[in-house]
Write a protein that binds this ligand. Sequence first.
Ligand code: G6P
Length: 486
Amino acid sequence: MASQVLVAANRGPLSYALAADGALSARRGGGGLVSGLSAALAAQPEALWICAALSDADREAVRRGVGEPGVRMLDIDPAVYDDAYNGIANSVLWFTHHHLYDIPREPAFDAEFRRRWDSYTAYNQAFAEALAEEAAPGARVLVQDYHLALVPGALRQLRPDLRIAHFTHTPWASPDFLHMLPDDIRSRLVWGMLGADQLGFHTAAWAAAFISGATVDDVHGVADGFVPREDHQGGVHHRRLTEDGRYGEMRFTGVGQYPLGVDGDDLRALAHRPEVDEKLAALRAEVGDRKTIVRVDRTELSKNILRGLAAYRELLTTHPEWRGRVVHLASAYPSRQDLEVYRTYTDAVRSLAAEINAEFGTEEWEPVLVSVQDDFARSLAAYRMADVALINPVRDGMNLVAKEIPVVSEAGCVLVLSTGAGAYEELRQDALGVNPYDVTATAEALHAALSMPEAERTERTKRLAASATALPPEAWFTAQLEALGN
Ligand code: G6P
């Protein structure tokens, strides 16, 4: 019999809402990680998903014992959770892996940072303890993402019998950025990850960044002897310096590449529900027979929405022939609004879109239609009518939207894709690659995309859709389980 499978992720497959009358209702959690994992786990009915209670309603559900089979939510102290999620995961680790710092001011690792780091450690420890409690002997545990980087190490201490994998959905910081972290913190982070038997990344570039970040010098105080395997992709040998100054046993952690893709049949079925047909008809009525440039993102700093809008403005300026003939459908739904920098960014996106509309709009034509609703049906409708998909993140683990749009677009679409997106590794042949900082080059790529002959666009879209569906979630998940052995 195959061994038990457990998954740990900050965000669970569902979240709760509390109505005024005290009733709890559940809805599906958001984001690429949740949709990929949910799809993968549909084929693993026995699996247990451990996640954090994210809100007061989630905590209330835990207290009332409300839940779904196969899901355990952890009720972590809200102040500890806030420090760990907002203070460290999203403000430090996310910024480090995506290179988002405004360098003259940030980062500054002070006493407040240390206090939050302790909370991050406690939150990771709570996951490790829950996993240790739930896991049968020899179970396989798949830990997800930068929120839970310390879990593999902590769990190995509690349960050396388990087989542990960790998957990073983000990029991994280049060594220069990783080495901005205080030495002892970087060491804890790397050692937390190396507690795993197997580490997974979306691309060869992120896997290589992990290996070189961990091996570029010895991690201060506690480590020695990281040896990358000959092919530089296989993993690292490591042994840990113990408190009495001796080296512990040599261990090996595999480092592999698992580029998550989309399930084409599932996605097409979702995109052809009556609800999506209705949204499509409404959008079509608004856009008319104009061409569309589509983007769909969380309002996320790394997604580079502002430079995307600036490129669209430059397109309308330098190629005035497109005025009145194209509409930019930009769906940018709010994310991480507890952080001020995200609120400011969201405001900036809205006001730049408004400026463009004021500058170029006419009675008949609104150049940019911004939607801030997290409305998956509307997004799918936009995918279906996309002539051009604009995906220009400064740095992105994968970017599933880049894979979803070519699968669903009806008339075929041209993908304008940042070289900083993980998806670029697989899609570069058929996408129009852009340097995400180069607004002029992005504007020119939009022009080339809008002008591409139909036959070429159809051929490229076919190949993009084939690459995008090469490793659907279930296969992605199974490959990682197999790497742990049966
Ligand atoms: C990225 C991360 C996920 C995260 C998602 C949404 O895809 O890799 O771990 O869940 O963003 O972010 P949020 O903070 O809303 O969970």
